[in-house]
Design a protein around this ligand. Sequence first.
Ligand code: FMN
Ligand code: SF4
Ligand code: SF4
Length: 260
Amino acid sequence: MIITRIISIYFSPNGTTKKIVTKTAKGIGNSEIQEIDLNTIESRKVERNFSKDELVIVGFPVYSGRLPKLSEEIFKNIKGNNTPAIAIVSYGNREYGDALLELKDNLIKSGMKVISGAAVVAEHCYNKNVATNRPDEKDDLKILDYANRVNDKIKNIITIEKLPVLYIKGHSPYRPLKSNQIPTGDKKCIECGICKESCPVNAIDEINFRLTDSDICIGCGRCINVCPTNARAIRNEGFIQFMKKLEDIAKERKEIEVFI
Ligand SMILES: Cc1cc2nc3c(=O)[nH]c(=O)nc-3n(C[C@H](O)[C@H](O)[C@H](O)COP(=O)(O)O)c2cc1C
Ligand code: SF4
Ligand code: SF4
């Protein structure tokens, strides 16, 4: 089949999912590439329709072996018409659990034909000592090889409607969603407002930037990573201990896992 346009769609608060999706799209190449960044509330509200001759590459980070909670609102606005789709999750070298399967299932419900899926390791957004600087050059080569294999598959598809359902590792019913940790600011805050501007769900108080609305925050870690004075952090002792343990649990290098 011939693809006229590639569309990269990602929710990527800390930028690694974006990197992976973008690299995959460039690797597949050949067609015009459009990017849809779902990091803002406005962008997630737009209804988007895709046709059969477009290729959609959709990327999410893994949160506790699942997709982020707000993926539900995203899928309501993504509509395919037997559109070929690639499902991609990024995770911090621990495990991706049921997230890739959940992404595949949701893309199918949105009218897509999932032709392939990949789980790719990325630097952990809560601890830079875990999977540091990944995806790295070795990952880039593997992503490129993956993109070439997807390209070959696309060339051999004659009737997209007849494509069998792709196997993706994971369990359904999926593991339960976990409630997330909530970062707050401390006295190091210089009131620059960068965290407030960067929060993808507008969870930070507009007057006192140290405060976070725990009903809205999805615990994505972006405000912690953009704060110039390291004022924002998750202060729960159990979480701090787990982050230390994670350096050991996720020490062994995992590689990209693909389903094609
Ligand atoms: C709330 C939360 C839960 C996470 N859970 C997992 C997990 O279960 N397994 C894992 O390997 N990484 C986990 N991570 C790490 C992220 O999946 C990883 O850093 C991802 O690449 C972040 O994507 P982004 O850079 O696009 O924001 C978690 C991160 C957050 C914020
Ligand atoms: S980014 Fe840091 S310093 Fe700036 S307002 Fe937020 S908590 Fe304060
Ligand atoms: S307040 Fe919560 S949702 Fe907003 S950037 Fe920080 S961790 Fe992410």
